[in-house]
Design a binder for this molecule. Structure first.
Ligand code: SF4
Length: 338
């Protein structure tokens, strides 16, 4: 049995049930595939499930999403991180609804012209939604192929070689199932720390297993340690209890999301007692939480970026996780229960 046959046979028995995945024998919905792939770019399947279902409830198709307010999408996205994805999601929905009659293009080339869709996501949508014979190499697939071919060069240098191997394997038939089968095998059998080779359909040909190095692959170039930054977060409360929030600039870190006003975040460490910590991809943040009920409203220079929000309205706002931590530190965990 060849590689493709083995993995598709395995998939027919062991495929994961996922909220965005078409039932066996059903045609996939490109909107579901696209939405899930954007959410899964930086986030685990377990976390994405509830967000995906919430988004479908709020915006059941690409046209309703295109007609939504960006701030509502950011609010629904709050907690998923990497907020540029939410902005691109909205921009992409508008293009699909406005310029493509509500239909996603089917080729990887056309898909990659859309906001938020790079080579991997374009490949995944083309393969899963439209059964195009293209490779979709995510972290799971990188791991499976690094092991199967015993590729010892570290990531990211080994990416081009892994990609070459992946392209050759894509079958002409059932390319969508093949892409999902590879992802599922990586997620459930060829797992990062302890691959379960005894139940793997690829075990007889797996070079990594034969050499006894499977669990050490893929090798990775060690990351530089993250720097630490610190700053102050000012939780300002008005007499009626409302809290002052401001919207961050659309471009950049946490773009378009709400925050309590903060000082600059500069390199250094904080020794404050009332403090929260949060780790971003490129730095670790220590924020001193300063609560105050005195604010001169004249100091709020730009009412288009600042707003007063009642405590019981905070839960529905576009607050990133770091700001939720600040508010919980200031008011206790019930503050975000709405
Ligand atoms: S045999 Fe083991 S290492 Fe090789 S692909 Fe299967 S689970 Fe991964």
């Amino acid at each position: 049995m060849d590689f493709q046959h083995k993995i598709l046979t395995w998939y027919d028995k062991h495929r994961r049930e996922l909220p965005w995945r078409a039932a066996y024998g059903q045609v996939p919905d490109p909107y579901h595939v696209w939405l899930s792939e954007i959410m899964l770019q930086q986030t685990t399947v377990a976390t994405v499930k509830s967000y995906f279902l919430k988004f479908l409830r709020l915006w059941p198709d690409v046209d309703t999403m295109a007609g939504a307010e960006l701030n509502d999408i950011l609010a629904a996205w709050a907690g998923l991180g990497y907020y540029a994805r939410a902005r691109n999601l909205h921009a992409c929905a508008k293009i699909i609804a406005g310029q493509h009659g509500g239909f996603f293009p089917q080729t990887i080339v056309e898909l990659q012209k859309l906001p938020g869709i790079g080579p991997y996501t374009g490949g995944a949508i083309a393969a899963i939604a439209f059964d195009q014979s293209v490779a979709a190499v995510d972290g799971n697939v990188e791991r499976v192929l690094s092991r199967y071919y015993a590729i010892e060069a570290p990531l990211p240098d080994s990416k081009p070689l892994i990609h070459k191997r992946a392209i050759v394997l894509v079958p002409q038939q059932r390319a969508g199932d093949f892409a999902q089968a590879m992802m599922d095998l990586g997620a459930t059998v060829c797992t990062p720390r302890s691959p379960n080779c005894t139940i793997c359909p690829l075990a007889t040909e797996c070079r990594g297993l034969k050499k006894g190095i499977a669990s050490t692959l893929p090798r990775k170039i060690p990351k530089k340690p993250r720097p630490t930054r610190c700053g102050k977060a000012f939780v300002v409360q008005r007499e009626d209890g409302a809290v002052l929030l401001r919207r961050r600039p659309v471009k950049g870190l946490l773009g378009g999301m709400l925050e309590v006003p903060c000082s600059e975040w500069l390199e250094g460490e904080s020794t404050a007692v009332k403090m929260i910590e949060h780790t971003f991809t490129h730095f670790h943040l220590m924020l001193e939480v300063i609560t105050s009920d005195t604010i001169n409203e004249a100091e709020i220079r730009d009412s288009s970026t600042h707003e007063w929000v009642a405590l019981n309205q905070l839960a529905g706002k576009a607050l990133p996780t770091v700001m939720k931590k600040v508010l919980v530190e200031a008011f206790g965990s019930d503050v975000l229960k709405g």
